[in-house]
Design a protein around this ligand. Structure first.
Ligand SMILES: [Zn+2]
Ligand SMILES: [Zn+2]
Length: 326
């Protein structure tokens, strides 16, 4: 057994002991608001979790209102995050960008912005602690793993999410890329021991393939399952070997809702994702909501997660992991 596996087992044991204690406290009816949140969160249903909710500079409404919209649709566990690169703008760039997009200037740029954002997330987490379990993090372009990382704000996060780009105009994301990123995250966790998410890899491949076909003037209904398929033979087993027993998760996000309506994409998704779940890879559920329109539409990840083999037991792994760190 590797030391990593031994560590995971120890942490799981700690969780079960802690959870047992919480149940006892609950039965004795001396439960505090914090304990109630923790014990109920032991198994969130899929639609009760959103581990990818943009809640920073691109937010359309004040934070409390934004969080309430998610809660009103049934969310109980949230990972609030923002794109880290937005804070690299100069003040003039920021003001021009916010003006163009109609965003208020919610936070300053630079390190003052990192601090203000995380303080705001902490504030709302405290305010809603009786009914919501709220974590905070960043979404970082995974291409930054190939260069220098901006480490100071990364240390403020409970979770680091890694954006897999569709890479339109270039090679579509595929099994080799995901294997490379998974290895990079595993190495990075030695310096940043927090749960990490490989964000939306599968839908980004679809976007690239469809985009390329459209550019070529090709009828997209002629794209085959094989072209959409993310993995080559053997790659799923390789990825599962890297990810099993770690706190690195693969995201299933709301973009899959649209993909699911296309039977060809659906077949590719099932062939790509289900064997990973069966091999012990853990997933997270996220909306990737940025705007009001989608935030007002009911979220039903169970409609596609069932056939993908992604269960509440599987998708609660990240919550267990995070609660152990509290
Ligand atoms: Zn993203
Ligand atoms: Zn995102």
């Amino acid at each position: 057994m590797s030391s990593r596996n031994a560590l995971s087992l120890t942490r799981m044991a700690v969780f079960f002991v802690a959870f047992g204690i919480l149940c006892v406290i609950g039965c004795a009816q001396t439960q505090t608001a914090d304990n109630r949140t923790t014990s109920e969160s032991a198994l969130f249903q899929l639609r009760e979790m959103d581990m990818h909710l943009h809640a920073g500079m691109e937010r359309p409404v004040p934070l409390d209102e934004w969080v309430e919209l998610a809660a009103a649709d049934g969310r109980k566990a949230l990972l609030l995050l923002d794109h880290i690169e937005l804070y690299r703008k100069t003040q003039a760039e920021y003001e021009a960008w916010a003006g163009e997009n109609g965003f208020p200037l919610w936070y300053p740029v630079g390190s003052a912005g990192h601090k203000a954002l995380m303080a705001d997330f902490d504030r709302v987490a405290k305010k809603r602690k009786s009914d919501l379990l709220i974590f905070k993090g960043w979404e970082i372009d995974s291409r930054e793993l190939d260069g220098d990382l901006e480490t100071e704000p990364m240390r403020m996060a409970d979770v680091l999410g890694w954006h897999i780009s569709p890479n339109n105009g270039g090679e579509a994301p595929d099994g080799q890329l995901l294997i490379k990123r998974a290895k990079q995250l595993k190495a990075l966790q030695k310096r940043f021991p927090v749960p990490m998410i490989l964000c939306h890899p599968f839908s980004m491949r679809i976007e690239n393939i469809v985009n390329t076909a459209q550019k070529q003037g090709r009828d997209i209904s002629t794209i085959t399952v094989q072209e959409y398929r993310f993995f080559q033979p053997g790659e799923q087993a390789q990825l599962a070997e890297i990810l099993r027993g770690t706190s690195i998760y693969v995201e299933i996000n709301r973009a899959y809702e649209g993909c699911w309506k296309n039977p060809v994409v659906r077949e590719a998704f099932i062939a790509d994702i289900r064997p990973l779940a069966e091999a012990g890879v853990q997933f997270t559920i996220g909306t990737d909501h940025h705007g009001l329109r989608e935030a007002r539409l009911p979220f039903h990840p169970e409609e596609y997660c069932g056939e993908l083999g992604v269960t509440p037991e599987n998708a609660n792994g990240i919550i267990r992991d995070l609660l152990l760190k509290r």
